[in-house]
Ligand binder design. Structure first.
Ligand code: TRP
Length: 378
């Protein structure tokens, strides 16, 4: 009798993440048949890495998630409805280099465009900027799918402004905006410490957006509330409150200290442009990497609960979503909730987004409880 190969018991990356996706579809109120369609799409988009057993290391040092799983989920919450489910993924995660990764990404996007019959003109116009012959890291193309009912996702593409060189990132963003018709958009963006992502909505959107993500080192609540360039802008108090609720900034007992976002990853803002005639963006989102400002995921969940309840929403779906991706106790790790975001889009109510890690490869251990810091007296 021959023994089965050693790895045969390990699930594949595709089976693992598709299982998570199917369970999340249920949380998001999608039908079982939509879930099945979307699971198949996820496997196709991942390509050959879908078959890779999880007993092997991640296919690459993907920067998409902390443990290098090339998949991350997110849930967008609005009052009165189940959350909208999205999946972010890196096509060609096993590429030998960023150039090959970029080619795999473009092929995957163009295959979707043919399948669902949408144009890629805006992406095509930017190819030389984001896909030079030897692109710089840390990634070349990611793709996000919004899994709406009906089995046809809405598609978003994320590009790396540093692809043509880190010192050219600002210029790359300026030129990309100009080429797609937002001639004066760059000039209205607030000051930033970096340009991590440039994103395009492709396909069937009412108002396809071009989105610029900015990095802000040592962000404070007051500064965060000052970064929107929408007219009219979001309620500054709500933005400050969100920052404080998520970062623990206002809470002097927070384990990692009160103060600006300094101890971990920086805050990001995203500025969305839809109207070419308008100079100002029509969307503003604040992203806080909550995982670096909590001890474990139960704290992250409780911060999410606070921001949801403030907006009249219950955290039940988020709790269910965490159970859909993992059976571990939220206190046994940190990073399951990667970011919490507050998104404003003109003419719509603000929404809260939670980014949920797959943890296919690794769970980051919780921060050990330290002794109570006793304020010095006298
Ligand atoms: N992992 C990267 C980061 O933490 C990129 C990323 C993944 C990201 N999901 C995100 C950035 C959601 C902002 C929001 O920065």
């Amino acid at each position: 009798m021959t023994r089965p190969p050693k790895n045969s018991g390990a699930p594949s990356l595709g089976a693992f993440t598709a299982g998570q996706l199917v369970r999340l579809c249920d949380v998001a109120g999608l039908s079982a048949s939509d879930a099945e369609i979307y699971a198949r799409i996820l496997l196709e988009m991942l390509g050959p890495v879908a078959d890779r057993p999880l007993s092997l290391p991640p296919p690459s040092a993907s920067f998409l998630s902390d443990d290098h799983t090339p998949v991350e989920f997110s849930l967008a919450f609005l009052p009165g409805a189940p959350p909208a489910l999205r999946v972010l993924l890196e096509p060609g995660a096993d590429a030998a280099d960023p150039a090959e990764g970029g080619r795999a990404g473009l092929l995957a996007v163009r295959a979707m465009a043919r399948r669902w019959n949408f144009g890629t003109d805006r992406l095509d116009e930017l190819e030389d900027l984001f896909f030079p012959s030897s692109p710089h890291g840390p990634f070349t193309l990611w793709c996000a799918l919004e899994l709406r009912p009906g089995g046809v996702p809405k598609v978003k593409v994320y590009l790396n402004p540093a692809a043509s060189g880190r010192n050219r990132a600002a210029e790359t963003v300026r030129e990309a905006l100009r080429r797609i018709g937002h001639r004066r958009a760059f000039a209205v963006l607030p000051q930033a410490d970096g340009y991590p992502f440039f994103a395009l909505d492709l396909g069937d959107w009412d108002e396809p957006r071009a989105k610029v993500y900015l990095r802000h080192d040592h962000l404070t609540a007051a500064r965060a509330a000052d970064l929107s360039r929408m007219r009219p802008g979001p309620d500054g108090r709500a933005v400050r409150e969100f920052f404080q609720d998520v970062s623990g900034y206002a809470d002097v007992t927070a384990p990692l200290g009160a103060g600006p976002l300094r101890a971990g990853r920086p805050g990001l803002t995203c500025h969305a442009f839809t109207d070419r005639a308008a100079r100002t963006p029509t969307g503003f989102t604040l992203h806080i990497p909550v995982r670096d400002y909590v001890r474990h995921d139960r704290d992250a969940l409780s911060r999410a609960t606070t921001v949801l309840r403030r907006r009249g929403m219950e955290p039940t779906a988020l709790r269910r979503a965490l159970s859909a991706v993992t059976s571990r106790d939220p206190r046994d790790g940190v990073g399951l909730v990667a970011y919490l975001a507050l998104a404003h889009q003109q003419g719509r109510p603000p929404r809260v987004t939670a980014y949920v890690s797959s943890e296919a490869y690794r769970v980051r251990p919780p921060v050990p409880a330290t002794r109570e810091r006793v304020p010095a007296v006298g």
